[in-house]
Design a protein around this ligand. Structure first.
Ligand code: DX5
Ligand code: ZN
Length: 225
């Protein structure tokens, strides 16, 4: 079980893009710890979303760190561009990357925080050798590509295993989860050891508004403590 403070990372994938700056401002006001930017290329995942321009547009409107989740083939080609656009951290997938160590070192050389992401079918063990080099791990709790999907409960034991590995190998490394996180699933992932929760539809898709939704999510996340 994770005893630290749970951080919230609203994902703008579910935001109203006609009012993106305003929505991010509301998330900041509600105490978000970072803004999660989902980048999809229609190849690594079957959906296309946003690129460096969105990061660049958001950079002047928020003081929050912008974390960029790269769901793209060959992320090495775009690391520099996202770093220059204003990303504070770059999250790259283990899947499909034959030279993950090199990618991780490239992100570090750009002076950015680096995270490695694993999909629901990828085992915790693939993180073992790279863990010492990263600032955070992101465990996908849905198959990447879309917002509004159902949380995959079989990822819970894996989150526990990753928490154990982090405590042994790299204490201080963030354990983030992404997909289907809402007031019902938040206590489960926190109990399993997650300390950063990405939430898209639960924050930006809720009828009650961003601030009320964030408050509800935070209260739920702290329930299990
Ligand atoms: C899915 C993305 C998520 C997405 C989560 O591929 O990586 O960040 O925005 O959306 P929700 O919270 O609605 O599941
Ligand atoms: Zn994401």
């Amino acid at each position: 079980m994770n005893k630290g403070i749970v951080k919230l990372a609203p994902s703008i994938l579910s935001a109203d893009f006609a009012h993106l700056g305003k929505q991010v401002g509301e998330a900041e006001q509600a105490g978000a710890d970072r803004i999660h930017v989902d980048v999809m290329d229609g190849h690594f995942v079957p959906n296309i979303s946003m690129g460096p321009l969105v990061v660049q547009s958001l950079r002047p409107v928020t003081r929050l760190p912008l974390e960029t989740h790269l769901m793209i083939s060959d992320p090495d080609l775009y690391l520099e561009e996202f770093a220059e656009a204003g990303s504070d951290s770059l999250l790259v997938h283990w899947e499909g990357n034959n030279n993950l160590h090199r990618t991780v070192q490239r992100v570090k050389a750009l002076g950015k925080r680096v995270g490695v992401v694993i999909n629901p079918a990828s085992p915790a063990l693939v993180l073992e050798e790279i863990l010492q080099d990263v600032d955070q791990v992101l465990v996908m709790t849905v198959n990447p590509g879309f917002g509004h999907q159902h949380f995959i409960h079989t990822t819970l034991p894996k989150i526990r295993r990753v928490r154990q590995m982090i405590d042994e190998i790299r204490p201080g490394c963030d354990l983030e989860v992404d997909g289907g996180i809402d007031a019902t699933t938040a206590p489960l992932v926190v109990d399993a050891g997650a300390n950063v929760l990405v939430a898209g539809s639960a924050v930006f898709g809720a009828g009650e508004g961003v601030i009320a939704a964030m408050n509800r999510l935070r209260a739920a996340a702290n329930e299990s403590k």
